[in-house]
Design a protein around this ligand. Structure first.
Ligand SMILES: *Cc1c(COP(=O)(O)O)cnc(C)c1O
Length: 476
């Protein structure tokens, strides 16, 4: 273990330098081609190397080429800077290396606790067993929709686990144009068929229209179809819009639909008193997908699924082969009975560390800072005549575009489509793009509490300068 101790000290020093120095360098840079080729061409080593040498190679060949998401001016997609407490916990979790499938060891009990903490943070009811950690929200969504599918099948008199989908008529689900692609992926994988997901009308700001949902469900029922699911967003990935969860929950209650809420990006926004009112009704969902590896900054990977009814969840997945029987689990059984994975990583330690390092107050303060900075960015955008906001800032995503007066719409789309990469390549800020209402736009996602007003000013400057560069040859 002397080798481990010496190399471990060196590794921690190296990572402290790395994390401490990130903000001083470019946000992201294309990899030097020689360094890229080196990684791609690495030969399978015949002989082993010492740990100190491995730490050195990580320092020279890997750490210099990050994605950029540790930097305070990274505004792309929804990728967090890791909480240092979570980084440290990752090392201890790997040293213990349990399978958190079940049993009587620390990791299993800690997972029960952090899942309860996550539920408490967002105000979701949590009877014992009503959730688990997953690789991410995509997996959480598969677990949630699988549970919803089984219940719907049972209500139609079919045990879908035994009989399969061919015993069922098509089940109809309701989403919106702003629903994350992981919902469609889950529906496809679960055999529901993406064509049985109906896109319900949204309002101009991208909120699913509850009245349109009700009408569509009634029309489908009248046509002899079987509506079973509605998916609402607690923060869309494009604009951070939060659907009217209470009104959608009313429709779901009337129409006996399973309400799944996608809170992967946005559910933790409820911790900010300035925006908490938008989340009214969140606690009425049948299932909720969250991503601690986003706004909470738990190092990847860590998603979470919470359900209202633990019996329904366990009933959808539980299989206990005789060699896994556990008389010791306090009645809740194994986590592997509540989801898809059998051998499961020790995710809960990094969640515990991240939450314990900040406390509820610290997390809430960080979340509120991010939403305040997103609104501030909205003001900076509004103050520039060549920029325009394309959606209200509801949580911590600011969607906008470069739009100088008098430029034809096609040209604006062309410029805005090219803008993210142009900004990224300059290295001072990182923003990504999307399409909203048929037009190209930029979206800045603010989930790093280290972000300052100065950083926002740099982003605005970079977008305007890149936009002008891209427009000039087109206008000539
Ligand atoms: C990130 C995200 C997902 C998918 O989650 P993964 O953790 O990437 O699997 C789903 N919905 C929303 C709104 C997201 O932001």
């Amino acid at each position: 273990m002397n080798d481990f101790r010496a190399a471990g000290h060196a590794a921690v020093d190296q990572l402290a330098d790395y994390l401490g120095g990130l903000a001083d360098g470019p946000v992201w840079q294309a990899m030097d081609p020689a360094a890229r080729e080196r990684l791609l061409g690495l030969a399978l080593p015949e002989q082993g190397k010492g740990l100190t040498e491995l730490v050195r190679e990580i320092g020279s060949d890997v750490l210099p080429y990050p994605m950029g998401n540790g930097h305070p001016r990274f505004f792309g997609w929804v990728n967090a800077a890791p909480a240092p407490a979570g980084v440290l916990a990752t090392l201890a979790a790997a040293a213990m290396n349990p399978s958190s499938a079940g049993g009587d060891h620390a990791d299993v009990h800690l997972e029960r606790t952090v899942v309860r903490w996550i539920a408490e943070l967002v105000g979701f009811p949590h009877p014992p067993g009503a959730g688990l950690l997953t690789s991410g929200a995509s997996m959480a969504t598969i677990v949630a929709l699988g549970t919803a599918r089984n219940r719907a099948a049972r209500l139609l008199g079919v045990d879908v686990r035994e009989e399969g989908l061919s015993a069922l008529p098509p089940l109809i689900g309701y989403v919106s144009a702003e629903t994350h692609s992981c919902v469609r992926k889950a529906a496809e994988l679960l055999g529901l068929g993406s064509r049985n997901l109906r896109a319900v009308r949204t309002d101009a700001a991208g909120h699913l229209d509850p009245a349109a949902l009700r009408e569509q469900v009634r029309a489908d029922r009248a046509a002899g179809l079987h509506p079973f699911l509605a998916v609402a967003s607690a923060g869309t990935v494009n604009t951070g819009a939060v659907d009217d969860l209470a009104a959608i929950a009313d429709v779901c209650a009337e129409e006996r639909l399973w309400l799944h809420v996608d809170g992967a990006y946005g559910a933790f926004g409820v911790l900010d008193p300035a925006v908490a009112h938008r989340y009214r009704g969140l606690d009425r969902a049948d299932s909720l997908a969250l991503d601690p590896h986003k706004w909470l900054r738990v190092p990847v990977d860590c998603g979470c699924v919470l359900v209202r009814d633990p019996v329904e969840l366990r009933g959808a997945f539980s299989l206990v082969p005789s060699y896994l029987r556990d008389e010791n689990a306090g009645g809740l059984g194994w986590f592997s009975e509540y989801g898809i994975e059998q051998t499961r990583p020790f995710r809960s330690l990094k969640v515990w560390a991240t939450l314990a390092a900040s406390g509820r107050e610290g997390i809430a303060r960080d979340v509120a800072h991010c939403t305040a900075m997103a609104r501030r960015l909205g003001e900076l955008v509004n103050a520039e005549p060549d920029l325009e906001l394309v959606a209200p800032v509801e949580t911590s995503i600011t969607a906008f575009r470069y739009a100088p007066a008098g430029v034809p719409a096609e040209v604006l789309d062309q410029v805005n489509r090219a803008l993210p990469v142009a900004v990224q390549e300059r290295g001072r800020a990182f923003v990504t793009g999307t399409v909203l209402g048929g037009h190209e736009a930029l979206r800045a996602c603010l989930i790093n509490p280290a972000v300052t007003e100065k950083d926002l000013a740099v982003l605005v400057e970079e977008v305007r300068a890149s936009g002008a560069d891209l427009l000039a040859p087109l206008n000539a």
